[in-house]
Write a protein that binds this ligand. Structure first.
Ligand code: ASP
Length: 323
């Protein structure tokens, strides 16, 4: 490129601009073209875009990746379309027990909650565990009590219930349909972000698998399984059959593939999902590397997902073949 005196070449000024990136997911399933009505397709995309915008607002303004992932996940928790917060799946006893986690890549501090029943936004409770307690993970009644003590917004457990999810529960109970809705078998939500200071963060929130029992805890609140973030390497959030993501240390495996095997973030994401598939698991994940490159990987044909960055407009996608 020939430089014109006094005018910086475009490429240079673009390089100098601070970079930031955000990617979100709203679960995965067998979503082939035509399996969603036009209205449902549009509703999912609108919600994903709203989550992207909430996080992007933080990052664009120079805010932290931690604030951005919380902002994005809260939007998806509040939306009844997704199996997190309002719209959570039901346990075998017909209750909602929510799991969430968060990790700060700059300090590798983390917080998580499992089986909470009254906190409107479990991701904020996970953050409170990280920032206001000496622990990483709290479960059940203790986590509910900590939430109250921290002054987080409480709701009646009926708040989480939606008719759609209740119908899935009845299907599960009456027909033993393990996955009552294939188009949205996994409705966990998550976000990964890189802020202008170069810090990474990840967060994940879920109602867990429909029909879970005995206090079952999935991968979403487990650091290294459903969530992981470490500056200079990557941030990861997963969705799918949690047991397999736990057994394969999915999020940490992805991180190790990048750090130890020098795999690119996309190759590491693909290989991690392949490992889960080899075990018999199903699902998807989103990962973001230290340079802001986003990788989505899935072995279920469809994932509710989206990304936005300093130099790329917000884009959401659902079907496996969408770019
Ligand atoms: N991974 C979640 C769990 O096993 C479920 C999901 O992704 O929807 O609890």
């Amino acid at each position: 490129m020939t430089a014109i005196p006094g005018i910086a070449p475009l490429a240079t000024s673009a390089r100098a601009a601070a970079t930031w990136q955000l990617a979100v997911h709203g679960g995965a399933g067998v979503v082939e073209r035509g399996s969603l009505t036009l209205e449902m397709d549009a509703a999912y995309r609108a919600s994903l875009n709203q989550a992207l915008e909430a996080g992007a607002r933080v990052l664009r303004g120079g805010g932290t990746s931690l604030d951005a992932v919380v902002a994005a996940v809260r939007v998806l928790e509040d939306d009844p379309l997704f199996n997190a917060g309002r719209g959570a799946g039901f346990t075998a006893e017909g209750r909602n027990e929510l799991d969430a986690s968060i990790m700060d890549g700059s300090t590798r501090k983390a917080g998580a909650v499992a089986g909470v029943t009254r906190t409107k936004n479990p991701v904020s409770l996970a953050r409170a565990v990280m920032e206001k307690s000496a622990h990483v993970m709290l479960g059940g009644a203790g986590a509910d009590a900590f939430s109250l003590q921290q002054g987080l917004e409480q709701v009646d457990p009926g708040y989480f219930r939606t008719e759609e999810r209740w119908r899935h529960f009845l299907q599960w109970r009456d027909q033993r349909a393990v996955v009552p809705d294939r188009t949205h078998a996994y409705g966990t939500v998550g976000a990964v972000a890189l802020d202008q200071a170069g810090h990474l963060a990840a967060a994940t929130s879920t109602g867990g698998l429909t029909g879970k029992r005995w206090g079952r805890v999935g991968d979403s609140p487990i650091i290294g399984a459903g969530t992981y973030a470490e500056d200079k390497i990557c941030a990861v959030s997963a969705t799918g059959t949690g047991e397999f993501f736990i057994r394969s240390s999915a999020a940490r495996q992805l991180r190790d593939r990048i750090a130890w095997h020098r795999e690119s973030v996309q190759v590491a994401a693909n290989n991690t999902i392949k490992d889960i598939g080899d075990l018999g698991g199903e699902g998807a994940l989103v990962a973001l590397d230290a340079r802001g490159r986003v990788a989505f990987a899935m072995n279920s044909p469809g994932m509710y997902r989206g990304s936005v960055g300093a130099s790329t407009a917000a884009r959401s996608a659902i079907y496996a073949d969408e770019k």
